[in-house]
Design a protein around this ligand. Structure first.
Ligand SMILES: NC(=O)c1ccc[n+]([C@@H]2O[C@H](COP(=O)([O-])OP(=O)(O)OC[C@H]3O[C@@H](n4cnc5c(N)ncnc54)[C@H](OP(=O)(O)O)[C@@H]3O)[C@@H](O)[C@H]2O)c1
Length: 337
């Protein structure tokens, strides 16, 4: 595959290169793409040095696959230009997620929806991916009615500038602010922008994207998204009301048997998911599994994942792998490892 990584100099882009390398994705030619500010900059992949190019040059090279992690505006403008020259775009921004003509894919759940005609494929929001990974198998068994999720999100979810703000504040250095307030030793109930309904855009992503991924509008999700001063992953407190009753041991078995999920739930030994352990891993960790004693058929759990891996890069690369394995990209004959 001739592969373009758009946003290669960013927080997600850096992890994308790592994941492509670790999984030995079949790349015959690699194009590293960023804004005009970074053109000419050198990046390494598999110990080889690559020069960053601009978007127009990348389109002209007609890659088979372009993985975008460069913000919604860049995707809106440039993803269709790549699609026009035959490239399959996998997009990490929110630009196309709720477009009814585009698929929103978590491979473990709905990769089978993909066809060769899908030229722009959306990667869900990072906090949505880890949520639906745990909800999907439970929904199939007990049928969800309503989900209440509160997130504790890593600054790495905002990008390079936010991690720098946290590090500057911890070191007592004045610098550029990615957030309207200090983040170190703070909690901001403010992820992405506020909307007219009083929710943030992040909260509405959590409310809407799961219905599209699970292709089911019979359940609802309400969310509060909070930014906290961690860097390794997002955590979520999740309360799920089902139509049918469940058995806690069976819930643990279902989750343990779901590919991509690790149940870490041994409170007697203080074992539960935390961003410090999820950091750098591809799995979604679930723990603190317990019955909500205030109403029937309701479960509480705690879900943690590395937002840059399963929440972004790993999920996108898994989509690319599915496309290649199922001959859904144009130039499969060219594959070289
Ligand atoms: N961080 C996460 O956990 C996460 C998870 C899921 C999805 N995402 C999405 O992934 C995208 C990138 O996030 P990030 O956290 O990696 O941000 P980031 O660290 O700020 O990196 C942004 C990247 O986009 C590039 N870029 C910006 N404007 C561009 C333009 N006009 N043309 C070409 N490239 C441009 C930047 O290039 P320069 O270095 O040249 O500026 C950089 O490579 C966003 O859409 C975000 O919503 C992020």
């Amino acid at each position: 595959m001739k592969v373009a990584v758009v946003g290669a100099t960013g927080m997600v882009g850096e992890v994308m290169l790592k994941v492509l390398e670790e999984r030995n994705f079949p790349i015959s030619e690699l194009l590293l793409v960023a804004s005009e500010r970074s053109v000419g900059k050198k990046l390494t992949y598999k110990n080889e040095e690559f020069t960053v190019i601009g978007l127009a040059d990348a389109v002209a090279a007609q890659p088979d696959i372009a993985i975008f992690s460069a913000g919604g505006d860049t995707s809106l403008e440039w993803a269709p230009k790549f699609a026009e020259v035959g490239t399959t775009v996998i997009d990490n921004s929110s630009a196309w997620r709720m477009d009814p003509t585009k698929k929103l894919v978590v491979p473990e759940i709905n990769a089978s929806e993909l066809t060769a005609e899908d030229k722009i494929i959306a990667n869900p929001n990072c906090s949505t991916i880890q949520l639906v990974m745990a909800l999907d198998p439970l929904h199939k068994k007990y049928q969800m009615r309503r989900v209440i999720v509160s997130t504790y999100q890593s600054v790495s979810g905002t990008g390079v500038k936010a991690v720098q703000q946290m590090e500057n504040e911890a070191a007592g250095i004045e610098g550029e602010m990615a957030y309207p307030y200090p983040i170190n030793r703070n909690a901001l109930p403010h992820c992405d922008v506020f909307l007219d309904n009083g929710y943030t855009k992040e909260e509405m992503k959590l409310a809407r994207e799961p219905q599209k991924i699970l292709d089911d509008r019979t359940f609802s999700v309400t969310a509060t998204a909070v930014r906290i001063p961690t860097a390794g992953g997002h955590s979520e407190s999740v309360n799920v009301e089902f139509h049918n009753d469940f058995d806690l041991a069976e819930v643990r078995t279902i989750l343990s048997e779901t590919p991509g999920i690790i149940v870490q739930d041994d409170t007697a030994n203080n074992s539960y998911p935390m961003p410090i352990y999820a950091n750098g891993k591809d799995d979604v960790f679930v723990g603190r599994i317990r019955r909500d004693e205030t109403q029937p058929n309701t479960l509480n759990m705690w879900i943690v994942a590395d937002n840059l891996r399963k929440g972004a890069a790993t999920n996108a690369v898994q989509i690319a792998e599915y496309l290649v394995e199922n001959n859904l990209v144009s130039n499969t004959s060219e594959t070289v490892s």
